[in-house]
Design a protein around this ligand. Sequence first.
Ligand SMILES: Nc1ncnc2c1ncn2[C@@H]1O[C@H](COP(=O)(O)OP(=O)(O)OP(=O)(O)O)[C@@H](O)[C@H]1O
Length: 463
Amino acid sequence: MSKILIIDDDVDVLSAAKLLLKRHYPQVDIEKNPEKIPFLITNGSYDLVLLDMNFQRDNSSGREGFLWLDRILDIKPTTAVVLITAYGDVEMAVRAIKSGARDFVLKPWENDKLLATLHNALEGGAGQGAAKGNGQNGSAPGAPASGKANASGASYIAVSPAMRQVFATIERVAETDANVLILGENGTGKDVVARALHQRSLRRDKPFVSVDLGALSDSLFESELFGHVKGAFTDAREDRAGRFEEAQGGTIFLDEIGNISLPQQAKLLTVLQQRVVTRVGSNKPKNIDVRLICATNSPIYQHVSDRSFRQDLLYRINTIEVHIPPLRERPEDILPLAEHFLKQYRKQYNRKVASISPALARQLQQYRWPGNVRELQHAIERAVILAQGNVLEPEDFYFGTNAPAAIPADKELPFQENLQIEDMEKKMIQQAMQKYHGNITDIARELGLSRQALYRRLEKYGL
Ligand SMILES: Nc1ncnc2c1ncn2[C@@H]1O[C@H](COP(=O)(O)OP(=O)(O)OP(=O)(O)O)[C@@H](O)[C@H]1O
């Protein structure tokens, strides 16, 4: 149901593209004059903009196209922008995608390839990053790609290089039976990753059983995991299978494994070594065939050094290790996630809220998100319920407890009369570049910018 806007100063291109696209999309608008872009983007709620890079006034450098790309993303950062050019080369494609475009097509296009490009760009979702190169433009190397897939019907967002790496690892190991240990702070998406792994494994049609070990007392641990027989203890009124048996043929996900006691660790290790479980009160061991995924938010290696976690158990569960970085270290994911949750809750609560204002988008990217994706999700849910207008504004938002410190407002910048705002911005970027020896990720984090926003500014200031 996506709305598309095509902007090109060649009317023949406009009519040809419209003719093709209106067979596939419910609304396709065209515009010859790029000066109308700000008005159209502000008022049109387009999901995707197909934008010419080479307007006649400037027909080979693509400079004007870059300027308009910047304007579009400043007004509505989550718009999927696909650039068209007759002068494309891989270098320009990389620059365009680094500047926030989803993809790049060459004129004249082949209809099927154009459709595939748009489809991919939109699949990346409203604001879910660049679509993978589709071959038409030589697959811009180094370009950010988006991730979106199904984990038990739920989609996940992975735009940042770190999360794309996580999902690439999952892709590679899903079909093996390797044990996987997922490490990450609370709310970073460990459960999402575990489900995605199961969904992509050969066991996908078998059970996925998730156990929160942190919630199990010593007395419940064994009977919950391994089951019990009637009469094994006072409350055991009938035979009951444990979670390992329930997961037979499928996957068991043991969350919060870093905090279990040493006796619990010993019992678990025996089961994992022998691949059999014996219900409490029984003496008949049963073979189990399960894939093991574990997760923890605690510093498990430190626990091994201070001997509160067994090294042999760690080596058994960590054949493959996946680290999920905290949300503040992958700012590229923040807006796509916010947009994703906006869509989800708009539907769930039947609200009209359609987008996130640029001011709010900036704040969302600057905040530190101590509760990670879960905190962002809850914040968007609250805002969608409470919002008055169609656009989510900073006033609709509540940023946890440490908001004022977390959101540097312009007025908090040191006031220097003789410096224009742009000079200050350039200076801050230069200082950060020195401090972090040009490391884009670190500079972007320091400045509270997405990598894309940083690239746009580097370009703007010729740095
Ligand atoms: N990449 C993602 N895309 C979409 N939703 C996500 C993503 N990561 C996390 N979420 C959502 O954020 C919430 C928290 O994620 P999840 O429960 O997987 O985190 P967790 O690391 O397992 O947390 P905990 O350590 O508290 O168990 C969930 O509602 C989940 O659906």
